[in-house]
Design a protein around this ligand. Structure first.
Ligand code: THU
Length: 136
């Protein structure tokens, strides 16, 4: 799957965002090593702290279906009212959740503004010296 195709999935996922409090809509598309895509959006809550980010929605959907081997994730976010004009980088909690299932050296995070404007990082670049299953 190309970068643009995975970003397109994240753009579709973003349309399902439930973000009445922040009005900041995020979509994520997680690619498994066997080629399946899990979409996720941010899901907010009136009590605020139960809010789930788009990345974790996608990861938890995949794990709950028995998929735990991931190769990359595309993320796109911005105000619901305007064009996406900045990158939505994964929050610290999502980076920690990625650390649980993904190889930091090889797992790729695509932060996108559009299908053709994006940056690619490894998890290790965004979460150096992270604590993961290998530390226990
Ligand atoms: N959010 C995500 O879903 N992913 C990110 O990478 C950054 C933040 C969500 C959480 C909340 O619903 C909204 O964006 C504003 O923080």
């Amino acid at each position: 799957m190309t970068d643009a195709e995975l970003i397109k999935e994240a753009i579709e996922a973003r349309k399902k965002s439930y973000c009445p409090y922040s009005n900041y809509a995020v979509g994520a598309a997680l690619l498994t090593k066997n080629g399946k895509v899990y979409r996720g959006c941010n899901i907010e809550n009136a009590a605020f702290s139960p809010t789930n980010c788009a990345e974790r929605t996608a990861i938890f959907k995949a794990v709950s279906e028995g998929d735990t081997d991931f190769s990359r994730i595309a993320i796109i976010g911005g105000s619901v009212d305007g064009p996406v004009d900045s990158y939505a980088y994964p929050c610290g909690v999502c980076r920690q959740v990625m650390m649980e299932f993904c190889n930091p050296e090889t797992f790729e995070i695509i932060a996108a503004m559009s299908e053709d404007v994006y940056q690619i990082f490894t998890l290790k670049e965004l979460f150096p010296e992270g604590f993961g299953p290998d530390n226990l």
